[in-house]
Write a protein that binds this ligand. Structure first.
Ligand code: ADP
Ligand code: MG
Length: 254
């Protein structure tokens, strides 16, 4: 496959005796949107967390844009990178959480400016300009000086997305970005993600929003029991699932 941005190969992950990922393979091309579906406990969050090395893997490997994540290869052995180097890699991997995770003591603008200045050593003036442009892009130009607690959940999540974009990530990972929102606020967040999809941002989105998957995903991945059960274009996986487990899951969420 050409232009592979995210490459997950044979990833295993256990917590003590519990094997949560049992050999996950996933390839995401540059500019494509992959939506990951699956029942609670199937390993979706753990998979995202291994992709930016918030979790170590027990077996297998992950690369982004051709660079091994969390490890360096020496001969046929992998050695874990130093924390400093992991943090550097993580600046290229945007992560948007269910609960926004904004810095409560910083204004919206400073939430976007902090990491580019601290981690990428961007001049503050330049980081502020970028932050204002990104806030306009998510429809929140007028909220630059507000604090997170003064915003709705939907607005906070749009700030979180803008903050992730401020580091110009190679890939954006979303872990159920609308699950904590009141139903009437889901649409505004999905619209921002749709806009990113149109402009070619590489994304992996864990969500239960099937309509969003159908409209936006290039590939839908169905996970269960720590493995990818099936994957393909939305029309195939959502309308003609090949596996009983996929059918059972979809009959519950559709
Ligand atoms: P999903 O996101 O699909 O709901 P998760 O990846 O969060 O699934 O969790 C998969 C399984 O791994 C669950 O049984 C969960 O309890 C377990 N798990 C996740 N993180 C940890 C952890 N840090 N320690 C122990 N068990 C964990
Ligand atoms: Mg989860």
């Amino acid at each position: 496959m050409s232009d592979v941005m995210v490459d997950v190969r044979g990833v295993h992950k256990s917590f003590g005796p519990l094997e949560v990922l049992r050999g996950v393979d996933l390839r995401v091309r540059a500019g494509e949107v992959t939506v990951v579906l699956g029942p609670s406990g199937s390993g979706k969050s753990t998979l995202l967390r291994t992709i930016n090395h918030l979790e170590k893997v027990n077996r297998g490997w992950i690369s982004i844009d051709g660079e091994l994540i969390g490890y360096r290869r020496s001969g046929n052995r992998l050695h874990e990178l130093k924390e400093k180097d992991v943090l550097k890699q993580r600046t290229h991997i945007g992560f948007v959480f269910q609960n926004f995770n904004l810095f409560p003591h910083l204004t919206v603008l400073d939430n976007l400016v902090e990491a580019p200045v601290a981690a990428l050593r961007r001049p503050r003036k330049e980081a502020v300009e970028t932050a204002r442009r990104l806030l306009a892009r998510v429809g929140l130009a007028d909220k630059a000086d507000a604090y997170p607690r003064q915003l709705s959940g939907g607005q906070q999540q749009r700030v979180a997305i803008a903050r992730a974009l401020a580091l110009e990530p190679k890939v954006l990972l979303f872990d159920e970005p609308t699950s904590a929102l009141d139903p009437e606020l889901v649409g505004e967040v999905l619209d921002v993600i749709k806009d990113l999809a149109r402009t070619g941002t590489t994304m992996i989105v864990v969500t239960h929003e099937i309509g969003f998957a159908r409209e936006v995903a290039d590939t839908v991945v169905f996970m269960d029991g720590g493995v990818v059960v099936e994957q393909g274009p939305p029309s195939a996986v959502l309308d003609e699932p090949q596996h009983e487990r996929t059918r059972a899951f979809l009959s519950k969420v559709l």
